[in-house]
Design a protein around this ligand. Sequence first.
Ligand SMILES: Nc1nc2c(ncn2[C@@H]2O[C@H](COP(=O)(O)OP(=O)(O)OP(=O)(O)O)[C@@H](O)[C@H]2O)c(=O)[nH]1
Ligand SMILES: [Mg+2]
Length: 599
Amino acid sequence: MSRVIHTNRESNFELPVLLQKTMACLDLLGKEFDGYRREIRRLHERLATERFHLAVLGQFKRGKSTLLNALLGAELLPTSVVPLTAIPTFILWGRTMKARVLYLDAHPGEEFSNSSVGELAAFLSQYVTESNNPRNIKGVSHVEVFYPSPLLEQGVVLIDTPGIGSTYQHNTEVTLSFLSQCDAALFLVSADPPVTEVELEFLKAVRAKVTRLFFILNKIDYLSEGERKTLLDFIRNVLRERADVKDDNPIFCISARQGLEARKTGNEDLWKLSGLEEVRSHLIDFLARDKADALNEAVAKKTQDLIADVVMTIRLTIRSLQMPVAELGERLQVFEKKLKEAERERMIIGDLLVAERNRMAEHLEEQADSLRKAAHNHFEKVVHDSLDNKFDENEALEALKNAIPGFFEHELGNISHAFDSRLSDVLRSYQQKVNDLVETIRKTAADIFEIPYLALHTPGGLELGRRPSWVTHRWDANLRLLPENFIDRFLPVKLRRKRLIKRLSDQIRELVTYNVENLRWAMLQSLDEAFRRFRAGLEERLRETIAATRGAVQSARSKRLDQSEAVAPEVARLEKVADELKEIQEKLKELKRGISDAI
Ligand SMILES: Nc1nc2c(ncn2[C@@H]2O[C@H](COP(=O)(O)OP(=O)(O)OP(=O)(O)O)[C@@H](O)[C@H]2O)c(=O)[nH]1
Ligand SMILES: [Mg+2]
């Protein structure tokens, strides 16, 4: 284990240096290498900013917020005996304590800094709790807390989430729609009661989205040694039989309350007894390192590809410098012809993409239409059920208001999930077409100018955003029911009921139309954005490939024509840069081997 840590730490340290060296080599080359310079800068930035999202998930009141407070060693997050956390709270590393509230709409965020833990906690509680922000009337999307804990230094972001399964259905929906942002999660259970049906259902949803999941049994301070063992056996059985969780998946036993107490009083023994030391050292360190390794490996691979590409372009330049001018001109003409073919191919891909986008938009219209119908039927049934129970207009209205967010959020989850995966499938197939086209251009250049062709392993990814923008949509549950007509009050109950249903039904229609239209619009925006980004990425990649290959030949040709520079020293200089790059390439390979061995 210690060797593993050593190797990783070294590679984490070396990779940025190798990127810098690659950049220094690129700086010695001409304008046609601009695209590669941009790409290296991007990779460097990704290394520096990538974050690891570790969420704490579980049923309401399992002690999620208390656990995070204990890990941070400060009572930052509000905790209570009643369902409380209502808004996802991201805790990130910061030199000083600070909080930022981000809203669902374009409303600018709010910041709070220069405070004590108590003041910061009071500020947070205004936004993240069900009691101070019921049903999220403040329209908060999430809250970020910056805190100087060593735990967060490696880029881990801890996330407190609303508990599922309470009477606040909207809290469950918020957490469900948030899952796709988690890289890993701590799943909390406790003894009171041990694993409910709702929890198991939730666990299934979590496992579909979060691959790295760690179980934690909290509140062990309530239990004797014997009880804890019985409970652990029970939980293990349930997890195995009902959720297909393998037995080698550890369950950490902790008392978050004792852990917090230990941190507040500086009691080391109590900290160890609370089980939190194990969670901290094994889990969080391990996860952060694991993520850093995956990222390092991806960046190292991309850099190797980029270097292979650059070396090929340098060879192209050298070859062009050495070739007789007339022959070079002829070959360039052949190449230009081939580039025209590639350009035609690019336009065909562009047209096909427009058609795909239109098909997706049509599909969206169909989805919106069926959602409209389903919503209408569902809410009419809610009204009927409520009035069957008791003929009370206010109660029917209340039942309707309560049903709106839950229904829409659930349906929305289904629609957006299906839509998202369909979109990814479509774009992925186009990604392949773009990759093929880029390779054709490179291969053609290699053939025409007779230089070795190097295939790329990881053709540039046009990455899709992880989260579609519509998942944080807000629902309008504002019912503006017209008052009962004066005459209605004198009508027989049956007729009054009928007229009330008619009025409610009109209201439902209006509300459903409004909400579905909002959703349709948000999804359409998202769809257009995804296609726009994809197309821009496609064009940029092709442009850069063409600019590099054509640029290399052209700049060599013009140097030959004006004969301002002697060819031999220029060739020698380029050879030297290529050799340096190949050396970096070797180091990257070793680094990658180190990372793979460690994993
Ligand atoms: N005895 C005991 N109580 C605990 C422990 N951890 C948390 N609690 C208590 O359990 C209650 C709920 O804790 P929270 O941290 O608010 O629970 P939560 O999971 O964040 O709840 P929601 O945000 O509503 O989902 C509080 O009264 C805590 O003091 C523990 O280890 N032992
Ligand atoms: Mg909480």
